[in-house]
Design a protein around this ligand. Structure first.
Ligand SMILES: Cc1ncc(COP(=O)(O)O)c(C=O)c1O
Ligand SMILES: N[C@@H](CCCC[NH3+])C(=O)O
Length: 441
């Protein structure tokens, strides 16, 4: 079995994370439970920053908070000195409530509302990543109303097909995001924003997709952007101070996945970027990146309690857990694959194959197909690895299932950072009919 970060086995033979016994965590906080190995997140954050330092390149590493955001998570990101990518008013609100330095916040999104833009301007955030022509006009109008300027990056689509799942591709021409680099839209947008007295145009942004294992796509995107930067430097006298290459660095979910080490992505891409800048006689801009999954993905583990099982003769053994697509929708959405162990005896030899079913009323609510597993019984704890990105963040209340609790574990201490939702939480915003013969409790 592949263990991530600080995960280990203790003297009782139980899986530990951050030096804490996962069985004790399940007993204390209940299941399903998201457990984060925060030391691993810190190591990843430091690794990215050190790689840039080693390369002698000015940078901002912005955590893509869509991967997993909470007050405590944002505090941790602030402690590590990273910047933050937010993509909605809600993510921005969370960051501001967590005391995050607004100067280091970058605001994304392909349809920012006027209210979200106003909120971000009022908070004096560091940068807007402008996605489309409508947003140029809207942002300029709201800046004018408030008599405030905004630093911006233009998000471009470089026309790159990264090798990943279709739903998480974003750099290709036919995408809802950004200004097309090839068909002249990006240039038109650049001319517009350069003329606008409310904008301080910092540079360009692209994000070609997620869970990418090779650097080729990133390098091709950088090549296309740098070619345009060279052309615009001469034609428009536009000298980009910032080149943002987005996130998307892949991680290992199962033994079939072979990602590069996170620092290696940066090293290979930036080495090439430096070379291209020299070739085009451009001075090196600040490089920004936006890792989400590669900071938190393998630092998260979900603990479930095993419940019912069903044997379909000659076909399959189903084993159900007390969560499912309500706490992790990725298998249903992307056919995402995971590995898991029985946390109370992770080292025991697997002697059967089961398919892990969720408890939602949906045939597609399957967490893992054909998992080799050791002996187990109802009440045992199943630990599903690598659920730290887009797991809790995409959790929902389907079937009115309360969202789970989240715990940070580090140096033998566990800290509850998100409480489990209660049934009361589920009906908090429900309003009874005003004129009904049925009285509610
Ligand atoms: C604009 C942008 N930046 C960064 C990210 C983070 O991607 P990842 O979690 O794959 O690093 C995403 C999500 O794919 C994104 O859309
Ligand atoms: N939510 C996706 C990634 C999309 C990232 C946002 N652009 C995942 O779980 O893999």
């Amino acid at each position: 079995m592949h263990y991530y970060g600080t995960s280990s086995i203790n003297e009782k033979g139980h899986l530990t994370i951050g030096g804490v016994d996962t069985i004790e965590l399940a007993n204390e906080f209940g299941t399903p439970l998201y457990v984060y190995d925060t030391q691993l997140i810190r190591e990843r954050a430091r690794g990215f920053k050190e790689t840039f330092e080693k390369l002698g390149v000015s940078s901002q590493v912005a955590y893509a908070s869509k991967a997993f955001s909470s007050i405590a998570m944002i505090q941790l990101i602030a402690e590590e000195g990273l910047s933050l990518d937010v993509v909605s008013g809600g993510e921005l609100y969370t960051a501001l409530k967590a005391g995050f330095d607004p100067e280091k916040i970058h605001f994304h999104g392909n349809n920012k509302s006027p209210e979200e833009i106003a909120m971000a301007l009022d908070a004096n955030i560091g940068c807007f990543v402008v996605d489309n022509f409508y947003e140029i006009e809207l942002l300029s109008r709201i800046c004018a109303e408030k008599d405030k300027s905004a630093s911006i990056l233009l998000r471009v689509t470089p026309g790159i097909e990264a090798h990943t799942h279709d739903y998480i591709l974003t750099g290709q021409e036919d995408s809802k995001f950004g200004f097309d680099l090839q068909n002249g839209q990006a240039e038109e947008a650049l001319k517009m924003v350069l003329k606008d007295r409310y904008f301080n145009v910092l540079g360009l942004h692209c994000h070609i997709g997620s869970q990418i294992f090779e650097t080729t796509g990133f390098i091709m995107a950088a090549e296309k952007m740098i070619e345009k930067m060279a052309a615009w430097s001469t034609a428009l006298d536009f000298k980009a101070q910032v080149l943002n290459l987005g996130g998307g660095f892949g991680i290992r979910y199962t033994k079939e996945d072979e990602p590069l080490a996170p620092g290696k992505y940066v090293e290979d891409i930036i080495t090439k970027v430096k070379q291209l800048m020299t070739e085009h006689q451009l001075s090196m801009p600040e490089i920004w990146i936006e890792p989400g999954r590669s900071l938190t993905g393998d630092a998260g583990t979900t603990l479930y309690k095993i419940g019912s099982s069903k044997h379909v003769p000659d076909v399959r053994n189903y084993l159900a857990v007390d969560g499912g697509m309500s706490d992790n929708i990725r298998p249903a959405l992307y056919n995402a694959r995971y590995e898991a162990v029985i946390a109370n005896r992770p080292e025991d030899k697997a002697d059967s194959i089961v398919s892990i079913a969720g408890k939602c009323c949906e045939s597609g609510d399957m967490l893992i197909w054909d998992l080799p597993i050791t002996k187990h019984e109802p009440g045992d704890v199943l630990a599903v690895f690598c659920t730290g990105a887009y797991g809790y963040a995409m959790a929902n209340n389907y079937n009115r299932i309360p969202r789970p609790a989240v715990v940070f574990a580090e140096n033998g201490q566990a800290e509850l950072v998100i409480e489990r939702e209660s049934y009361e939480d589920l009906i908090r915003h429900d309003l009874p009919l005003k004129h009904s013969g049925v009285d509610v409790k």
